[in-house]
Design a protein around this ligand. Structure first.
Ligand code: 2M8
Length: 421
């Protein structure tokens, strides 16, 4: 793209370019389908210049909702050989075909933001989707927290959206790779440098979970109880808590006190549940393996989302803000997906170190709301500078700002428009 085009115009052009008609792909070739949280953030970007297109993005996403309420993490609108694992591996038996698990539930919060910044038409579109939104939140509470502990589990690292974060190594180590899995025809490493992607061993385990899922016909209670992987993800937990809070506000707006009360009771239980994945050693909320009880060992960008959900008591929040500050002090660009002071940090490998605009947006929003305006501004500035330095990449090296992974990336462009500009 020409250097003479402003970054704002480039971001708009990227959203238009990745538009496949009613939905956007995260980027051409590497991710040729509709992804759940990418789409929701895309809507926030579209909302800055095309309200109708913004709502369409979320409406198309909900057109792939399962009967039980789940919104799948990938919707395969048109089969595309550029991506593995495609619909034939997931065997979802739905129309349109989709993957078999979800992703961070960020739609309620985006819909509330779009309604607050919009007019009567925005309100109408939000109200029309509301029932589906409620069904999705109910699904999360029922199937991802079957014992009503206040804490939801994820059944696959992909459900967290933070695919290969060291957090998941704990649960992944316990997975036995079936003998009949064969050689995986990976496509991602034909599009981007393999050193910026998950390893072969990780992919075998990712697919082992998919196999368990389709073999039990995506029976989500069975998967939560007996599946190969079940861990707490602070990102999903905090996105859901924030989403429940925003869902309650939407319910209030639409005159539905019963649903507001339901969402508030989820939130109350969740606030109590958060104590179970607080790590005093780390000074923050961390991932936790629900099978063995093991806590992860380092502070991540998901840990830094605690304020966005208003999780923790005053002492815990003060402590985690100290960690956030200390980590930002060792980076040129925040917020890294793994603590740079830890030996497992890899500045260029995907969710094991690099920074991600969408997570920065949620962290920054939480910091600003809880009175840490200077930190929030710093993070917003870093998010903008990374794009100024390298362009609209999928993720960035926190030490150098080098752009990594896919180029001309939808959610990086969307967050630039909606927040970082
Ligand atoms: C990445 O995940 C997909 C699997 O879902 C992949 O690597 O194939 C993650 O960064 C995820 O958070 C994101 O939604 C997706 C599309 O951008 O890519």
């Amino acid at each position: 793209m020409s250097m003479h085009t402003s970054l704002k115009q480039q971001a708009i052009d990227i959203l238009r370019m990745n538009d496949r008609g009613g939905y956007t792909v995260p980027t051409a070739r590497l991710y040729p389908y509709q992804w759940e949280w990418d789409s929701v953030f895309a809507a926030l970007g579209f909302a800055t210049f095309d309200r109708n297109r913004a709502w369409e993005e979320i409406e198309t996403l909900f057109s792939g909702q399962w009967e039980d309420g789940m919104v799948p993490h990938i919707i395969f609108h048109k089969t595309d050989p550029d991506y593995f694992p495609g619909p034939e591996m997931w065997k979802s038996n739905t129309v349109p075909p989709s993957s078999g698990h979800s992703q961070p539930p960020v739609a309620a919060s985006a819909m509330l933001t779009m309604m607050k910044t919009g007019g009567p038409e925005d309100r109408k579109r939000a109200e029309k989707l509301f029932e589906k939104l409620v069904a999705w939140h109910r699904w999360f509470h029922k199937y991802r927290d079957p014992d009503e502990t206040g804490v939801v589990g994820i059944i696959h690292p992909w459900e967290s959206g933070r695919d290969n974060c060291p957090d998941w190594d704990i649960g992944m180590e316990q997975i036995t790779v079936p003998d009949d899995l064969g050689d995986l025809p990976r496509r991602d490493i034909t599009h981007v440098d393999p050193s910026e992607r998950p390893t072969a061993e990780q992919y075998n385990r990712y697919l082992a979970i998919v196999k368990f899922g389709h073999e039990c016909k995506w029976d989500h209670l069975e998967i939560a109880r007996n599946g190969p992987f079940f861990m707490v993800d602070p990102c999903v937990q905090f996105a859901l808590m924030r989403g429940d809070r925003d869902l309650a506000e939407l319910a209030d707006e639409f005159g539905l006190p019963g649903i507001r009360d339901e969402a508030e009771s989820w939130l109350k239980r969740a606030k109590e549940g958060c104590g179970s994945f607080w790590s005093e050693d780390v000074g923050g909320f961390v991932a936790k393996d629900l099978r063995s009880g093991t806590l992860s060992t380092a502070f991540t960008n998901a840990s830094a989302m605690a304020l966005y959900a208003d999780a923790g008591d005053a002492a815990q929040q003060a402590r985690l803000v100290r960690e956030v500050t200390a980590i930002l002090d060792c980076c040129t660009y925040g917020f890294p997906s793994w603590d740079p002071r830890d030996s497992q940090f890899e500045s260029r490998r995907y969710w094991r170190g690099p920074i991600w605009s969408v997570v920065n947006y949620m962290i920054g929003t939480g910091l600003a709301e809880k009175g840490h305006g200077a930190l929030a501004e710093r993070l917003r500035g870093d998010t903008r500078r990374a794009v100024e330095t390298s362009g609209f990449y999928e993720y960035f090296d926190p030490l150098t700002g080098e752009g990594l992974g896919g180029k001309l990336f939808t959610w990086t462009a969307a967050i630039h428009l909606a927040w970082a500009m």
